[in-house]
Design a protein around this ligand. Structure first.
Ligand code: ZN
Length: 295
């Protein structure tokens, strides 16, 4: 058991039915993870917030009902207002519900490509007020949040957020700890995932990683995730270079050293398919004259 799980005070656990098309039960939860940095959970989704002396910095709203719940809880638990809300990336399953906070005067932040995507696609959430290209530092009294862009990895304008001085890193979707990457990697750039994760690990050390899904963890967990991505990529690429088709790759590639990751059995074949399709779509493996079909 990791120490931050032992010290994490579970402040609230509520189950309620969300009215709507799916009427599914979503579990909301707020956990203190380290110092003044908290994790907000809505079903399988997670975001992070930091409570500074002069205000609260929140990240993805995770849908309208989730945002309404979070707004009410923050108002009841803390005596400082929410000042900033930063979108991790453009994907609407994380960014919807932004209007709940924006309508209350919260400043909305996003990378310029996430903002562009939300505007061009007329996404049903609050548009960002402030955008940035490479890095943005947001001060909350003595505390601050550092947002950083690495290039393409998942969706558009997906950034890391470092909460200081707690030194907690939050990344959504392009790093997942304790679980396999999502299904057949829809909207992912496998080269970018590997490059971005290497870059993140090359930065100053962090003390805690909190993902947008699955578990929180430490540096070793993020390193292991990178090892999985690199192993998966190399196995699919090498098999394709040997002329193997997708069915053969799915039958041959096992990577048993990662079998403890959640969804390993269910998602390994689709992870393989995701890399295979990326190498065709992005690197035109189907046009490689040097590759002969395997006998
Ligand atoms: Zn996600």
């Amino acid at each position: 058991m990791k120490s931050w799980f032992r010290i994490a005070a579970i402040l609230c656990l509520v189950c309620l039915s969300v009215p709507g098309a799916f009427a599914e039960s979503v579990e909301y939860q707020i956990e203190r993870m380290k110092d003044n940095v908290y994790r907000f959970t809505a079903g399988n989704y997670r975001s992070v917030f930091m409570v500074g002396d002069s205000g609260i910095f929140i990240t993805d709203p995770l849908g309208k009902a989730a945002a309404q719940w979070l707004k009410r809880e923050l108002g009841e638990r803390f005596d400082v207002p929410v000042r900033y809300m930063a979108y991790s990336h453009n994907h609407v399953d994380h960014t919807m519900g932004g209007e709940v906070f924006a309508d209350a005067g919260v400043t909305v932040l996003a990378h310029q490509y996430a903002a562009e995507d939300l505007a061009w696609t007329r996404a049903p959430t609050a548009m960002p007020d402030v955008t940035f290209e490479k890095e943005l530092r947001v001060n909350l009294g003595a505390d601050y949040v550092l947002l950083r862009y690495y290039g393409p990895n998942n969706g558009r304008g997906s950034v890391s957020m470092r909460f200081m001085p707690a030194n907690v890193i939050h990344v959504v979707d392009w790093v997942v700890v304790g679980r396999m990457p999502y299904q057949n990697l829809p909207g992912y750039d496998i080269h970018g995932m590997i490059r971005s994760t290497r870059e993140l690990l090359g930065e100053a050390p962090f003390e805690l990683f909190i993902g947008g899904h699955a578990e929180a963890g430490g540096r070793k967990d993020v390193e292991r995730y990178l090892q999985y991505l690199e192993s998966l990529y190399a196995a699919v690429r090498d098999g394709m270079l040997e002329g193997k088709d997708l069915a053969t790759l799915k039958a041959d590639i096992r990577l048993p050293e990662f079998s403890d990751l959640k969804m390993y059995e269910a998602w390994l074949p689709s992870n393989i398919e995701g890399v295979y399709q990326t190498l065709i779509d992005q690197s035109y493996f189907n046009m490689r004259e040097d590759i002969r079909p395997a006998p």
